[in-house]
Design a binder for this molecule. Structure first.
Ligand code: AMP
Ligand code: GLY
Length: 434
């Protein structure tokens, strides 16, 4: 089949890399892609949010399956558009993508279906004073979330009243997030360990991929600013078999049943961001797509033809028993530009990529890269996801391999965390996490 991947990050490189291995894939494109997707697919210079141009391309090239990486085109209705033209596409409809596109919708949905999540209240911008009153009387820390898509910047976990007041003001007064901040969710702060669950679902049937953990903070030891994600590993042992079945029963099943009952069954990859609290798993957020960087660790663990699998989801004929996972461990270490998540320079030449790509069990997924002549240069904050897969299921070995590979790749100002995945390794100082 002819397959189009939409997007340009590490997630899309990982998806394209996996799809390229499918015996059923004849032709593979990535729009717009990066210097890494270029090695497994043909890059097409169409932006991920240019829906009419993507549709035109898919029609012209007789694309049999489109796989959408980022949330924005999904929330804008790319799936409805393609399906109205009879084209198969992996992802939720616009109505179903509201689980990510509107945090107010998601929280109210969880309320309707008794899905465990932090206690919350929602406010519109004309309720600024009522929202301020709630903050003043609430226990700290408190979490303030802009309703809509805010490029990962719309969530503030506030430990002081001043921080909370500033977060509310950003949404309602300075309107930093535009319409996305016209409503907010104010919610209780949960404590625990975070985990990312990816559910492949055709609206009725579903299968879980390996549970993952993302490292969102910029500094070792989960300190410093929040980022898009500095690395991930899977499977995450914090999701024990007991928790796994609670997550299915208390969260995944009621979510999919609820979406269907309300008239917008969710098809595609439902990403549930969880806090594993002392009282059990609780939903922090839903995303309507694969996570980045978790995908770089989770998708290599799928055993089988990913194109056939994603097509069966798109065509509402998923057979959960056909979803097989390797009994292996994977870790992906992000190499970022100096300064990220704040301002950073781009255009730095990346050296050492040729030497590592042939190593066994290692694949370097590109996130922010661009080809210039014969060189590959940096073009974003997150530059590479250096991924290692250990087929003996030894996370420790995968981590060692990934970091050995990281040490061979250089570019001016390269920054990475040195502790990705290490909280899952039993050690004298770290037993509480395992
Ligand atoms: P979100 O975009 O909703 O996933 O939020 C981004 C990050 O903020 C999450 O990964 C958590 O680390 C944190 N977060 C969000 N909601 C809460 C909450 N209710 N309690 C504690 N941390 C939260
Ligand atoms: N890794 C978190 C996300 O993709 O939103």
């Amino acid at each position: 089949m002819n397959v189009l991947v939409v997007g340009s990050g590490g997630r899309e490189h990982a998806l394209a890399w996996k799809l390229k291995q499918s015996p059923s894939v004849k032709k593979l494109w990535c729009a717009p892609g990066n210097a890494g997707t270029d090695s497994v697919a043909d890059n097409v210079p169409i932006k991920a949010h240019d829906l009419p141009a993507l549709l035109k391309f898919a029609r012209k090239e007789s694309v049999d399956l489109t796989v959408v990486g980022p949330e924005q085109p999904l929330v804008e209705g790319i799936v409805d558009l393609f399906e109205s033209e009879g084209l198969a596409i992996f992802g939720p409809s616009k109505a179903a993508a509201r689980l990510e596109g509107s945090k107010v919708f998601a929280k109210e949905f969880m309320g309707r279906h008794r899905i465990p999540t932090a206690q919350f209240k929602t406010f519109r911008f004309d309720e600024y004073h009522a929202a301020s009153d709630v903050i003043r009387s609430a226990a700290l820390p408190i979490v303030i979330k802009a309703d809509g898509l805010a490029a990962g910047k719309g969530v503030a976990v506030c430990s002081t009243l001043a921080e909370a007041a500033a977060a509310l003001e950003e949404c309602f007064v300075s309107k930093t997030f535009g319409d996305a901040g016209a409503s907010v969710v104010i919610e209780e702060c949960l404590e625990g360990v975070e985990a990312s669950i990816f559910v492949l679902t055709d609206g009725d049937r579903f299968a879980l991929l390996a549970p993952a953990q993302d490292h969102k903070r910029i500094l070792d030891g989960d300190r410093g600013k929040n980022t898009g994600g500095m690395g991930a590993y899977a499977p995450a042992p914090c999701v024990t078999p007991v928790l796994h079945s609670r997550i299915v029963k208390e969260i995944v099943e009621p979510t999919l049943r609820g979406m269907k009952a309300e008239g917008y069954p969710f098809r595609g990859c439902l990403f549930v961001g969880l806090m594993l609290t002392a009282d059990g798993p609780s939903v922090l957020e839903y995303n309507c797509r694969f996570g980045d960087p978790e995908t770089q660790a989770v998708v290599p663990l799928i055993d089988g033809d990913a194109a056939e699998l994603f097509l069966s989801v798109a065509q509402s004929r998923l057979r959960p028993n056909d979803v097989k996972l390797h009994h292996a461990s994977a870790v992906s270490v992000v190499m970022a530009s100096q300064g990220y998540p704040d301002a950073y320079e781009t255009g730095k030449e990346i050296l050492g990529l040729d030497a590592v790509n042939s190593d066994e069990g290692v694949v370097v997924f590109h996130a922010g890269t661009r080809r210039v002549g014969n060189s590959i240069v940096t073009s974003g904050g997150r530059v590479l996801g250096v991924t290692a897969i250990d087929y003996q299921h030894e996370l420790k070995a995968a981590i060692e391999t990934a970091y050995r590979t990281v040490s061979r790749i250089t570019f001016d100002g390269a920054y990475y965390r040195s502790d990705i995945g290490k909280n899952a390794i039993p050690s004298r100082t770290n037993r509480s996490q395992t």
